[in-house]
Design a protein around this ligand. Structure first.
Ligand code: NAD
Length: 701
């Protein structure tokens, strides 16, 4: 028998131990080994019952991701065949679940006749997170052991339950305190002494009281609301309905069909792309994964404003003590109060324990002296976005901070090399571009300067993981990856207004397509003064910079967005929880229409399809330049930036993946068409896009 599972017999009970570290994935070798062991146990006259167990860390994490898209996924027995073998066994089969049983791992446990689990075990069917549904009977078996509403919830959210909770729900028969194998053996002996044979889940009815029609109508409505644009959750509800209304075998057949539809669908392909793209981000061709890193046991954050506060929270949330430094006590007090208010609000929502809040706050020291950064392993600067201010701080830090400390800047647009150049240690300087709110947003652009040392990059990427960010490496350029692209997106959104759209029409089209919010509502949230400042700077730096001045007309009136109660929309200060809800404002329509007539712009009807194409292809075209210039290492990194930092819908896989899905020749043809339209001179197709389109290739290959 292969090493992926061992077989021993104890007191007439066969113990099959899966041994496929780190997570006991159901690789081809593991399936073969488990299948052979089950057959051996069934044939072994000395064996009366069987226990299937994994490691303390994992019963099984499910499918082997390294074998995705390879022949190995088809090696017999595939999981449904293993499940059939389990069902056919005449000896009772008990799953002993320690650690996690996820996806196919839980389906394997559901194929067993009984289940026992450690109290803290994690049991779940997270396939929905990859745009799929449990494809090996999970949708049919789970609702036969746990109440239907819980089964729907578990599978449509993908959230796991603990061993204790699983017992309450009926998913496991017993919780084992202490040694799991020992407990499983005792449980099995008891079964034997009570002469309990196999209890196959397939033979049980679905756990649903009341009228299935009414239940599933309500479930569909609720799930549809929560899963805009995602087909998998609704397919899961349909499979659950089949579990309640059809025979087990018919339900399995239905589940298989729906699974195949999802596997072939673009949404699941996009979400699987995202899953792999995230794992790629830390792979840097010239910085091997075993590059030594520097210890980061403490940090200093300079500036206690919007970003400094959020960055501090991210660090202390991960247990890293922070000294937060401001120029004046007043600003420091304000910053600290905001941090406390944010934590208190999470506590009041029941999402954080008071003692955890206290622990986090206790990790924050504050100071008005830059000197207090001297012992930090990393200093993250988040002061005003001005080169002179930042250079002054870096010069001072250079004189203060211990050798080997990392000096990071949170600048969004400034040249990291120019900041590094004022120090005597440019090799220790790096950009850490967090996104607002920094304690919430997952994206962290790590900006690699021309002189940044490899171990500094490796350490920063590792820190990114520690604080639960998706760290994407960017080269130095204005706006780095994300903001450089978003400038083109914002530019198109204003040209669309010039040409006849209302802000709400542009935003509705983007939202309907899947963006978390439209570009104009996003501007109102970020603050319209920021874009206005950047445009003013651009017109000096790049006199050929083309943009619609309609945005300036709005900003000149002091309409800076949500923070001033007015921007592209109005906001109701007495709106309570709707205070951030954009309300269309006729004032804005007047300003736009005046701008059109002042500039003799011909107005026309613009379709939602054109709105979306212009917005998204503006991102794609700029991204192609970014890729070609080597600012981004790979197309999937750009996708991750948009998926984790800009509200791009995961089921579209990111701008580059989406362009690949549409087909690059088609994307290019649209861009060429736009280049002949209004302000067409901004549409210069990127040479890389032209090349790949001509060669029939993709960005993500
Ligand atoms: P902010 O104005 O809210 O905070 C800046 C803070 O720095 C202020 O509290 C100020 O008192 C303090 N400060 C200024 N000079 C200082 C000095 N010499 N020593 C100590 N403290 C000093 O600004 P913010 O929005 O937090 O932005 C900070 C940085 O982060 C900027 O570089 C900005 O471009 C960047 N950034 C901002 C966002 C965003 O959405 N706000 C997103 C990403 C990056």
């Amino acid at each position: 028998m292969s090493e992926a599972a061992s077989y021993t017999v104890r007191d007439g009970i066969a113990v099959i131990t899966m041994n496929n570290p780190p997570v006991n994935s159901l690789s081809a070798a593991a399936r073969v080994a488990v299948g052979a062991a089950l057959q051996k146990a069934e044939a072994d006259a000395a064996v009366k019952a069987v226990v299937l167990i994994g490691s303390e860390r994992a019963f099984s994490g499910g499918a082997e991701i390294r074998e995705f898209n390879t022949e190995k996924t088809r090696v017999s027995p595939v999981l449904p065949e293993l499940n059939d073998m389990q069902d056919a066994m005449k000896k009772p089969l008990v799953a002993a679940i320690g650690g996690f049983a996820l996806g196919g791992g839980l389906e394997l446990a559901l194929g067993c006749h009984y289940r026992v689990a450690a109290p803290k075990a994690q049991l779940g069917l997270p396939e929905v997170k990859l745009g799929l549904l449990p494809g090996s009977g999970g949708t049919q078996r789970l609702p036969r052991v746990v109440p239907m509403a819980e089964a729907v919830r578990m599978m449509t959210t993908g959230s796991p339950v603990s061993g204790d909770k699983a017992k309450q729900l009926g998913l496991v028969d017993e919780v084992v305190q202490g040694d799991l194998l020992q407990g499983a053996l005792e449980f099995t002996k008891k079964l034997l002494s009570e002469k309990k044979g196999p209890k196959r889940i397939r033979d049980l009815p679905a756990k649903l009281d009341g009228d299935p029609k009414a239940f599933f109508a309500a479930a569909r409505a609720e799930v549809a609301k929560a899963s805009r644009g995602y087909p998998a959750p609704l397919e899961i509800v349909a499979c659950c309905e089949a579990a309640a209304t059809k025979s087990f075998d018919e339900g399995r057949k239905f589940e298989r069909e729906r699974f195949m539809v999802l596997v072939e669908g673009s949404e699941s392909k996009a979400m699987r792309h995202m899953f792999f793209a995230e794992r790629q981000t830390s792979k840097i061709p010239d910085v091997p994964e075993d590059t030594p890193t520097r210890p980061v046991k403490s940090a200093a954050v300079i500036g206690a404003g919007t970003m400094g506060g959020g960055i501090t929270m991210s660090l202390v949330n991960a247990g890293i003590p922070v000294t937060i430094i401001e120029m004046k006590q007043e600003a420091l007090d304000r910053g600290l109060a905001t941090i406390k208010k944010n934590y208190a609000s999470t506590v009041s929502k029941g999402r954080l324990k008071q003692e955890d809040m206290d622990k986090r706050i206790s990790l924050i020291k504050s100071s008005v002296r830059l000197d207090d950064a001297k012992d930090a392993d990393i200093v993250i600067e988040a002061v005003f976005e001005r080169m002179d201010v930042k250079q002054d701080i870096f010069k001072k830090l250079d004189a203060i901070v211990k050798p080997g400390a990392i000096l990071a800047t949170n600048t969004s647009t400034l040249d990291v090399n120019a900041i590094a150049a004022v120090t005597k240690r440019p090799q220790d300087v790096i950009g850490t571009h967090f996104f607002s709110p920094a304690n919430v947003m997952r994206l962290l652009e790590v900006v690699r300067g021309a002189k940044t040392a490899k171990d500094v990059l490796a350490t920063t990427l590792k820190l990114g993981k520690t604080i639960k960010k998706v760290a994407v490496v960017s080269g130095v350029c204005d706006g780095f990856i994300g903001n450089r692209m978003v400038e083109k997106y914002g530019q198109q959104s204003l040209f669309l207004l010039d040409e006849g759209c209302s802000p709400q029409q542009v935003d509705a089209a983007a939202y309907k397509w899947g963006m978390a919010m439209g570009p104009l509502a996003m501007g109102d949230m970020a603050g319209l003064d920021i874009g206005w400042e950047i445009r003013k700077r651009r017109t000096i730096e790049r006199p050929d910079f083309i943009y619609s001045k309609v945005g300036d007309k709005i900003a000149e009136l002091g309409r800076f967005g949500q923070k001033t109660g007015k921007g592209w929309y109005r906001y109701d200060p007495a709106g309570g929880k709707d205070a951030r809800k954009p309300i269309p404002d006729p004032e804005v329509d007047k300003i736009i229409s005046q701008y059109r007539s002042d500039n003799n712009i011909k107005v026309r009807q613009i379709s939602d399809e054109e709105i979306v194409e212009r917005l998204i292809y503006a991102l794609v075209n700029e991204a192609a330049y970014i890729l070609e210039e080597g600012i981004a290492l790979r197309a999937s990194d750009i996708d991750m930036v948009y998926l984790t930092g800009y509200g791009f819908p995961p089921y579209r896989g990111g701008p580059m993946f989406y362009a690949d899905t549409v087909g690059l020749p088609k994307v290019l043809a649209s861009i060429e068409k736009f280049s002949k339209g209004y302000m067409g001179e901004v549409w210069k197709p990127a040479p890389l896009l032209i090349k790949l389109a001509k060669e029939g290739r993709k960005f993500n290959e």
